[in-house]
Design a protein around this ligand. Structure first.
Ligand SMILES: O=C(O)CCC(=O)C(=O)O
Length: 289
């Protein structure tokens, strides 16, 4: 292993999630925060979602109603690696992809990225779900890396993880014929029993197995909570549904090399619905266009 300690590797496969400090350098973290602040300044001159991803949906997502020029509320940036060298470097080089390669490598590729910002007082709790049913692949060697740009404590919208739940069943995110994006309650009730709230200092990363059940709390504190989220897969895991956040960087090798092979594991799930807006939060709250 290049970057993770043996006990971190073991904890990941036992619990389905670990937090590792100093995942990027202080300079990198500072540059990412500055870039986000610059986007917030830019957002003052917009009253609707704006910018464009490669599929035409808006890149910059505002809290509406709520966002104003005086009090800007930029809550999401989709595919930031496409518009920022700082976010591109954080995702493609350095400790984060190295750690992911330690877990599911040696050959690892990029799938998608986003920044989720929870502002004080914003009702942005995220309901229980696993990531895999949103991004099914031929095997489940996928890791979601969530880099904290701010200190995250109990008050400002922390991640809550059902420890060990990646070893259990996949929970449907459909209710009958309706795509809700929320895990089947019978299964998620089990995750609550082993739930752990993750404190994260700024610059730390949570590495999460794609099958681990997780949710996140609303920000009831006074400080913002911004996470830069990057999804990686093993190179031989082939996507089974369209990328919810398509990126010109999808499939980029971040560790090892391309083999052109496919590896499959057995599972059974209903394919997801692609978000009409840029976000599965809107699917969970029923506001997806
Ligand atoms: O931003 C958050 O709090 C949650 C993110 C999350 O659950 C995810 O990206 O799967």
């Amino acid at each position: 292993m290049r970057t993770l300690a043996r006990d971190e590797f073991d904890a990941f496969w036992r619990d389905g999630a670990i937090v590792v400090n100093d995942a990027v350098t202080p300079d990198q973290l500072g540059s990412m925060c500055q870039e986000f602040d610059r986007w917030v300044e830019e957002s003052r001159s917009h009253s609707t979602n704006y910018g464009e991803m490669i599929d035409g949906r808006p890149r910059f997502d505002l809290q509406l109603p709520g966002h104003t020029a005086e009090m800007p509320v930029l809550r999401r940036v989709n595919s930031p690696t496409e518009v920022s060298e700082n976010y591109f470097a954080g995702a493609m080089k350095g400790r984060i992809p190295e750690m992911v390669a330690d877990l599911i490598g040696p050959n690892v590729k990029f799938h998608h990225s986003k920044i989720n910002a929870k502002h004080p007082g914003s009702a942005t709790a995220v309901q229980w779900h696993q990531d895999f049913p949103f991004t099914p692949h031929t095997n489940s060697d996928l890791v979601t890396a969530l880099l904290a740009l701010d200190d995250v404590g109990n008050e400002n919208g922390p991640l809550i993880v059902g420890m060990g739940s990646h070893l259990g069943p996949l929970a449907s995110i459909w209710k009958g014929e309706t795509f809700t994006g929320i895990a089947d309650a019978e299964i998620s009730r089990g995750w609550e029993h082993s739930a752990s709230t993750l404190a994260m200092p700024a610059g730390s990363v949570c590495l999460m197995h794609t099958c681990v059940g997780h949710c996140s709390a609303a920000n009831i504190g006074k400080r913002p909570r911004r996470l830069f989220i990057v999804v990686y897969s093993a190179e031989d895991a082939i996507p089974l549904s369209p990328n919810p956040l398509p990126s010109k960087h999808e499939g980029m090798i971040v560790s090892g090399h391309k083999t052109g092979r496919v590896r499959s594991s057995a599972f059974d799930l209903k394919l997801p619905e692609r978000p009409k807006t840029g976000s599965f939060f809107n699917q969970q709250t029923g506001y997806d266009g």
